[in-house]
Design a protein around this ligand. Structure first.
Ligand code: TYD
Length: 170
């Protein structure tokens, strides 16, 4: 498999060749050629007083300019959230407390699941990626950074509409 310069190949859990690189020393980025799963292992700054993680946009360790942050919490066991895709919006999700499962679907027959279970593990949710969250732990706080303001017209909330658009584009 081809690998862009500066990226090291390694086996990926999803069966594709993955890419790992340090992003300005703040995060290790792991992607795969399917580009469904793109995770970031953020650097933890620890001392005797505890731990700290800094997220910074403009590719310091988050690959876009951050325009918005929101967080989801207090989700009852068994609840599913998400179930939509964005036309343009790019997002990065981190469980800063607890855990939840993220299921991704690119509308072209490829799906993947990732457990977000650590405050230093970020998942990039690209545009045109149907995503659902499930298996929320009671203490889950899911933080999401986004590259634009909230805009309902950027959503595909109907899966058939999303599939048609993804297949027309892909
Ligand atoms: P939604 O994106 O559907 O949440 P989830 O993906 O977690 O299921 O948003 C839920 C509601 O919150 C919906 O009415 C839109 C509103 N909302 C905002 O007003 N601003 C925001 O930034 C977000 C993400 C949602």
């Amino acid at each position: 498999a081809r690998s862009p310069a500066g990226l090291a190949n390694r086996a990926c859990a999803c069966g594709f060749v993955s890419l790992t690189r340090a992003v300005r020393g703040f995060a290790d980025y792991t992607g795969c050629f399917a580009m469904l799963i793109q995770t970031f292992d953020f650097k933890i700054i620890s001392d005797g007083r505890g731990s700290l993680i800094a997220l910074e946009g403009d590719s310091v360790n988050v690959p876009f300019a951050i325009q918005r942050m929101y967080y989801v919490f207090g989700v009852e066991a068994g609840t599913k959230r998400g179930a939509h895709a964005h036309k343009q919006l790019r997002q990065l999700a981190v469980c800063v407390s607890g855990a939840c499962r993220m299921t991704l679907d690119n509308g072209l027959g490829e799906t993947a699941e990732v457990m977000l279970d650590s405050p230093n593990k970020g998942l990039l949710i690209e545009r045109m990626m149907w995503h659902e969250m499930s298996d929320f732990s009671p203490d889950c706080v899911l933080a999401v950074l986004a590259d634009d303001h909230y805009n309902e017209s950027d959503y595909y909330r109907n899966y058939e509409d999303f599939l048609r658009a993804a297949q027309a584009a892909g």
